[in-house]
Design a protein around this ligand. Structure first.
Ligand code: ADP
Ligand code: MG
Length: 257
């Protein structure tokens, strides 16, 4: 078991605006993420999911509270230190893939590593290893327009992993995928996570996607109001537990973008 603590947040608050126009979005969130975690964050629209993800991934700053990534208090880092931390420790996967259309899949995957100055041999080796793992071996010389949505998103996941980050953040990674492509992506995520490569935190409104995770955080009104842990339960039993929590909250979660 890989029990290294990757993220710790304490009493995190986030307000937007000021004075009479203040919106309190996060109202005291506490969370620890370990290297072996695969976490889903669920919650109604506007509950602060993206805000939480942006703060965790150091794109946005908290109003108050402690955010530690890889043992460092991110609120105390300079911009230069922050960008190094983002480059070395964090991978991102977006709903709409964000691949560069003018590059082949293998160049897209290798890009973060080649920008870090790695040799082309190392870039190629790592690209091949990841593309095998994600079932993309036969597609790496193709351009994004020649790939299905599922292949593009698995490619985006390889790109996020190539720098060997501690954690992957994904905002609705299956949001644009059909159910088969979603399943393939989630199974790859699970393999990555099981092999101890990286923790994964994804925002999703989809119970099926969540059921691949080992922890589910339910966010509501700026707070974590419930947490489910999978433990040794089979995925289908866990899925039912998730659906039960969602139905208790009266369908508020059904379209939680
Ligand atoms: P979710 O991803 O759960 O739908 P968000 O984190 O995007 O929710 O937004 C939570 C709340 O914060 C919403 O009410 C939204 O309008 C508000 N909000 C988000 N970003 C900003 C911003 N940059 N300025 C002002 N309000 C914001
Ligand atoms: Mg959102």
């Amino acid at each position: 078991m890989n029990e290294k603590k990757v993220v710790e947040i304490r009493n995190l608050t986030k307000n937007y605006g000021s004075g009479g126009f203040l919106t309190a979005v996060l109202k005291g969130v506490n969370l620890e993420i370990y290297k072996n975690d695969f976490i889903a964050v669920m919650g109604p629209s506007g509950s602060g999911k993206t805000t939480l993800l942006n703060i965790l991934s150091t794109i946005d700053k908290p109003t108050q509270g402690i955010v530690q990534l890889d043992g460092k208090d991110v609120t105390k880092l300079t911009n230069k230190e922050l960008s190094k931390l983002r480059r070395d420790k964090i991978g991102f996967v977006f709903q709409d893939y964000n691949l560069l259309d003018t590059m082949t899949l293998q160049d897209n995957i290798a890009l973060p590593l080649s920008l870090n100055g790695a040799s082309s041999r190392v870039c190629m080796e790592k690209t091949m290893e990841l593309s095998r793992m994600f079932g993309l071996k036969d597609h790496i010389t193709k351009y994004p327009y020649q790939l299905s949505g599922g292949q593009k998103q698995r490619g985006a996941a390889c790109r996020a992993l190539i720098t060997e980050p501690e954690i992957i953040f994904a905002d609705e990674p299956t949001g644009a995928l059909d159910s088969r492509s979603s399943k393939e992506l989630l199974e790859c995520f699970k393999t990555v996570n099981d092999s101890g490569r990286a923790a994964i935190l994804m925002v999703t409104h989809d119970a099926f996607s969540s059921s691949y995770c080992n922890r589910i955080l339910f966010l509501k009104d700026g707070k974590i109001f419930h947490e489910l842990v999978r433990g040794d339960k089979p995925r289908k039993i866990f899925l039912q537990e998730i659906l039960d929590v969602l139905s208790l909250t009266g369908g508020e979660f059904s379209d939680a973008r």
